[in-house]
Ligand binder design. Structure first.
Ligand code: AMP
Ligand code: ZN
Length: 510
């Protein structure tokens, strides 16, 4: 197995531009080039945003699993994103800074750190490069000048606009739904086409933004869409392998990136061979949205004592192109499922001691330089026919447009298969987890025990209350028993009455 030779089933990926899955072939087999639209850092990421990065991480791990190294760039949007994807509303960063009485730079630094912390907690691999928008303003100005020189822009009082009629097939990515999106675009006085968008937003006379730069079009700030065209092309080339984002980006942001790329290069090329989009995480009431407030964060999940990897597992239980409904019950079920996997892993590890292959695997895991191909070779060398067949099935599921909801049960199946030895089970777990990223060889069952940080009662005190309730029930004082149950519920503890004994759990109300 070498880095340049992909293994197993051909990798099929769904491309939103052609609306079909097709076999993935990297432009350069020595390095797959992947760009993911990053967060706008004016607030915490909500669980929906994080679903986008669990998807990207699964894609990246799958590419590694198939034998390709990946050059992965994620941007940080710290300027220019308005409260609507079209050119209306306030600058999100400026508005957040005013509200918090902080500078934009402070806001950006704080939420960038929080975002990176969330990714680490979800065992998401760090990108090869974090690319920060405000570090690339001069690149953006130079890029916009090229677009201007190509005759694909025009100036209005409030800035430089992209003329979408100058590129072939504008909005192809959005497809039928594009018309709907177009309808949401505000009319800016003088725009030639409704879909035209700002490349440069000139500051109004007398207005001083916290973040503004001089440009050939006056002082101001870049339009939001510009940064991704500029940074992806700068670091990955004018036509790279895969560009990712949530499906909201399919409607406007990525259509505009493609238009900019086409005008800049003077070709019909979109900039990426595959445009891939994850579907939404939805709350019962509808899509989670950062700008609407009241959304669930990973910090909120952790405060309820739920291990963050339970949220990763919840994401893996749905295909990335399907909507996923978030509920406390679904999260609790994911935690239970993760606990079973971790328990199995722990038992297998305790039994195995440290065989040579595991020592080599763990060492290579710790050294960032080792390739996944090497790790797979170390682990999979000791698999018998049955285990190998299961692994081939796992590979096929993963290779079929990242069908993780089908791949994950194969691990569970392997763990309960009596015809597969304990050593093989541990090997399967190790290799499959390279793709799943659930950290199954590290996390211990004790780490998964729920300990809500916002609880006002200790476990000992709960046990004491339950003993008192048991006594009340024995004395047939049901009123007292109910009072104790209700008092516990008010403090976030659910009591489950079983035959003979009473069990309890923390109530999960995210
Ligand atoms: P933003 O910080 O708003 O630019 O969003 C960061 C990423 O999260 C983008 O790729 C969005 O498309 C994606 N995203 C936003 N909301 C959701 C959601 N509810 N579910 C899944 N992905 C989302
Ligand atoms: Zn982007």
């Amino acid at each position: 197995m070498t880095d340049a030779a992909p293994t197993g089933a051909p990798l099929m990926l769904f491309d939103s531009l052609t609306r079909a899955a097709r076999a993935f072939e990297p432009i350069d087999p020595a390095m797959v080039r992947l760009y993911s639209c990053g967060p706008t850092v004016y607030n915490f990421a909500h669980l929906g945003n994080l679903r986008a990065y669990v998807f990207t991480d699964t894609l990246r791990r799958t590419l590694n699993w198939k034998g390709w190294p990946v050059n992965h760039v994620i941007n940080i949007t710290d300027v220019g994103h308005l409260t609507s994807d079209a050119d209306e509303g306030d600058d999100k960063m400026e508005a957040a800074a005013v509200k918090a009485a902080k500078t934009i730079w402070e806001i950006a630094a704080f939420y960038t750190d929080a975002f990176k912390g969330d990714l680490a907690a979800l065992n998401i691999l760090s990108p090869t490069l974090w690319s920060v928008a405000t570090d690339h303003i001069q690149d953006m100005i130079a890029f916009a000048r090229e677009i201007e020189a190509a005759g694909a822009s025009y100036e209005l009082d409030n800035g430089l606009y992209f003329d979408t009629s100058k590129v072939p097939d504008y909005g192809r990515l959005a497809g039928a739904r594009g018309d709907e999106a177009m309808g949401r675009i505000a009319e800016v006085e003088g725009k030639r086409n409704p879909a035209d968008f700002a490349l440069w937003r000139r500051s109004a006379p007398g207005e001083q933004r916290q973040m503004e730069w001089l440009s050939p079009w006056g002082p101001g700030a870049p339009g939001w869409h510009l940064e991704c065209s500029v940074m992806s092309m700068k670091y990955l080339g004018s036509q790279f392998d895969i560009h990712t984002g949530g499906i909201d980006h399919r409607e406007i942001h990525h259509c505009n990136e493609i238009a900019q790329n086409q005008a800049f290069t003077g070709t019909g090329q979109s900039g990426a061979n595959f445009w891939m989009h994850n579907n939404f995480l939805v709350a019962r009431g509808g899509k989670m949205s950062k700008s609407k407030g009241g959304f669930a964060t990973l910090a909120g999940v952790i405060a309820k004592g739920v291990h963050p990897l339970a949220y990763r597992l919840l994401c893996l239980s749905a295909h990335y192109r399907s909507e996923l409904e978030f509920s406390p019950e679904a999260l609790a079920a994911a935690l239970t499922r993760l606990t079973r996997l971790v328990l199995a892993a722990e038992q297998l590890r305790d039994k195995a001691g440290t065989p040579e292959w595991l020592r080599l695997f763990s060492e290579s895991h710790a050294s960032k330089g080792a390739s996944v191909a090497y790790q797979r070779a170390v682990v999979e060398s000791g698999l018998g026919a049955k285990a190998q067949a299961l692994l081939a099935e796992f590979d096929e599921a993963l290779s079929g447009d990242l069908m993780v909801p089908q791949a994950l049960p194969l691990l569970e199946q392997a763990l309960s298969d009596k015809a597969i030895t304990a050593d093989e089970k541990l090997r399967l777990l190790a290799t499959m987890d390279l793709a799943l990223g659930l950290d199954l060889l590290t996390v211990r069952r004790i780490d998964l025990r729920r300990r809500p940080s916002d609880s006002t009662i200790t476990e000992d005190a709960i046990e004491a209350e339950l003993a008192a309730r048991q006594e009340a029930r024995a004395a047939k004082d049901f009123a007292a028993s109910d009072r104790i149950r209700d008092a516990l519920a008010a403090r976030g503890v659910a009591v489950m009455d079983g035959a003979g004994n009473m069990r309890w759990d923390w109530i999960l109300d995210i």
